[in-house]
Ligand binder design. Structure first.
Ligand code: PLP
Length: 233
């Protein structure tokens, strides 16, 4: 099969599985959005996904994203940043991305706010939470997340919209489920504080191996790469 047709078919399969998972737990499929994660895949693959209806592209590396963003600038899609962001790349990230999923410190938030102000933009972000408390993973600890939300709320050009997590990897998605549930509970706790300027509507969780469980636990954004584009090499 031609690459474009293959990607179109895989995308349709993912959408069907997302809708089935939503309906199976009484949620509306239109409340769950797909981030097609294109990292390491060529611009032609991203273009094929867009042609097949992908509305949000996720990228993990600023430099790689710039090439694709420039090549696909005319396309009517949103760009989301889902990787580790160094403060010295904040300027480029603000230029490209509609939503940055990975803010985990006041330092990074403040730099994004500064760059957004310069660019005359309100930068939408999520707070990344290290739900599994894994040493090698980015993200604020669950305990520190409410305080970080409060600190970020004072930044005029940063708009916190919710939480994101990458739980520990398991072969069995059922083992990720408690982490998804924990992120949802944390979201509810922060929302209950009604911090001015802080939105908690978005829960970004679920990848190729576990997105159905994530949807059942309340995900509003799922980030899916391999199931659409194939294995990364
Ligand atoms: C690569 C990546 C994904 C997609 O992973 P797949 O297992 O290929 O679906 C999702 N989220 C983040 C943060 C990633 O880095």
């Amino acid at each position: 099969m031609q690459m474009g047709a293959e990607i179109g078919k895989r995308l349709a399969d993912v959408r069907a599985r997302m809708a089935a998972a939503a309906k199976g737990c009484g949620r509306r499929p239109e409340d769950i959005h797909l981030v097609a994660v294109g990292k390491t895949h060529p611009v032609e693959a991203i273009a094929a996904a867009i042609a097949a209806g992908a509305a949000i592209i996720g990228e993990s590396y600023v430099q790689e994203a710039r090439t694709k963003y420039d090549a696909l600038a005319q396309q009517p899609v949103q760009w989301h940043f889902i990787g580790r962001l160094q403060t010295n790349k904040a300027k480029y990230a603000v230029r490209m991305f509609d939503l940055i999923h990975t803010v985990d410190s006041l330092k990074l938030g403040a730099e994004l706010d500064r760059q957004a102000q310069k660019a005359g933009k309100f930068q939408q972000v999520l707070i990344q939470v290290n739900v599994g408390i894994e040493a090698q993973k980015a993200g604020v600890t669950p305990e520190a997340a409410p305080d970080l939300a409060r600190e970020l709320s004072s930044l005029s050009h940063l708009k916190v919209k919710g939480l994101m997590a990458i739980p520990p990897y398991f072969d069995d998605p059922e083992r990720a489920r408690p982490h998804f549930a924990a992120l949802r509970a944390l979201r509810n706790r922060i929302a209950a504080r009604a911090i001015p300027q802080i939105g908690m509507g978005i829960l970004s969780m679920g990848m190729t191996g576990d997105f159905e469980a994530a949807i059942e636990e309340g995900a509003t954004l799922v980030r899916i790469g391999s199931a659409i584009f194939g294995e990364r090499t």
